[in-house]
Design a binder for this molecule. Structure first.
Ligand code: TRP
Length: 334
């Protein structure tokens, strides 16, 4: 029997290189060996985008196309939409009794996000909603209703998996051994830096290269990328490790070219403009097969809907079977 793996993505924007190298590549390997449930977490996205439903709806399809474009296969992965599985919402309500408000407030991921919101909106946190504070509970339901044993996530998500395990232990200690405790699978690749040299590539930081970026956009972005600021003239020697152009060469270029870029940069025999032009070409070559696969789904939007429909049906069966056991254990199986 294949182990069950579950992960979720908030549909709030297109996937960028950070997603691809930080998560996507791992998903590609995992789809071969596991029973893989991939949740498009629209309900969770609404916890902080409830006033912008159009954005969430559009991005459900955008993100699904991105995931198919990187090479995930609908016959290996169950792609599903969170809101179409009412069992998740139901289980979230039951879990609400097993977690205290103060424990949620102490969850490091939630704490960081609340701090960011305060900074962003300059309020005192009074506007934090019940739904937002409770999203770790709903995420615990996401994972456990499908019997998720392994959960691939970034390190920012670890406190949420820990909280999920606590809820499972509490549930099992009261109602009997029904639920499985999930284990996280941490990404083996490091986080991808932004065009500006920021440690993180992100939509809100405006420093991302998206998988859907066309040639013109790639050109503009790479031309503006951070290089070694000590290099003034074209033939000044420079430190490639202080340059984002070299950094992306390492992600998308061949070993041979990477070595060439490095030594020529150090010797001062390579100008930044030429180096950027080479990167633009390498980046476009890297994105080409992804964008070609994507185009197939853009031209056939009904295919995307069918894939989500089928995955959701499969996921729902699994959720229903868990809920049967949960309700029996909780003595609400009337
Ligand atoms: N919270 C995750 C994120 O923001 C998305 C997510 C929703 C998720 N449900 C999940 C991740 C279940 C892992 C498991 O990236």
């Amino acid at each position: 029997m294949k182990k069950t793996i579950l992960t979720g993505l908030r549909p709030t924007g297109n996937l960028h290189l950070g997603h691809y190298f930080g998560a996507g590549q791992n998903y590609l390997k995992m789809q071969e060996d596991y029973d893989f449930y991939l949740e498009i977490a629209d309900v969770q996205a609404l916890t902080d985008n409830f006033d912008n439903p159009e954005k969430v709806r559009t991005n459900v399809y955008e993100i699904t196309k991105d995931l198919l474009a990187i090479g995930l296969e609908p016959n290996k992965v169950h792609f599903f939409i969170q809101s179409k599985i009412p069992e998740i919402a139901e289980l979230t309500v039951f879990y609400g009794n097993l977690v205290t408000v103060s424990r949620l407030q102490r969850n490091p991921t939630v704490k960081t996000e609340i701090a960011q919101k305060k900074e962003l909106f300059g309020n005192d946190g009074e506007s934090i909603t019940y739904g937002f504070l409770g999203y770790p509970v709903s995420q615990a339901a996401d994972i456990t209703v499908f019997g998720g044993e392994l959960v691939p996530v970034g390190d920012d998500q670890l406190p949420l998996i820990e909280q999920c395990r606590e809820i499972v232990r509490k549930f099992n200690s009261i109602y009997g051994e029904i639920l499985k405790e999930p284990q996280q699978v941490l990404s083996t690749t490091t986080r991808v830096k932004g065009l500006d040299g920021n440690d993180k590539m992100g939509k809100s930081l405006g420093n991302a290269i998206y998988l859907v970026d066309d040639e013109e956009t790639i050109k503009k972005k790479i031309m503006g990328a951070l290089t070694d600021t000590n290099k003034i003239k074209k033939d000044d020697p420079a430190d490639p490790d202080k340059c984002m152009v070299y950094y992306y060469h390492k992600l998308v270029n061949s070993n041979e070219n990477i070595n060439k870029v490095c030594t020529e940069c150090q010797k001062g025999t390579r100008g930044c403009v030429d180096c950027k032009k080479e990167l633009i070409e390498a980046m476009n070559n890297f994105l080409k097969p992804i964008q070609e696969r994507r185009k197939h789904y853009e031209d056939n939007p009904e295919l995307v809907k069918e894939i989500l429909e089928k995955g959701t049906q499969e996921a729902r069966l699994k959720a229903q079977s868990t809920m049967k056991n949960v309700k029996e254990a909780m003595k609400i199986d009337y």
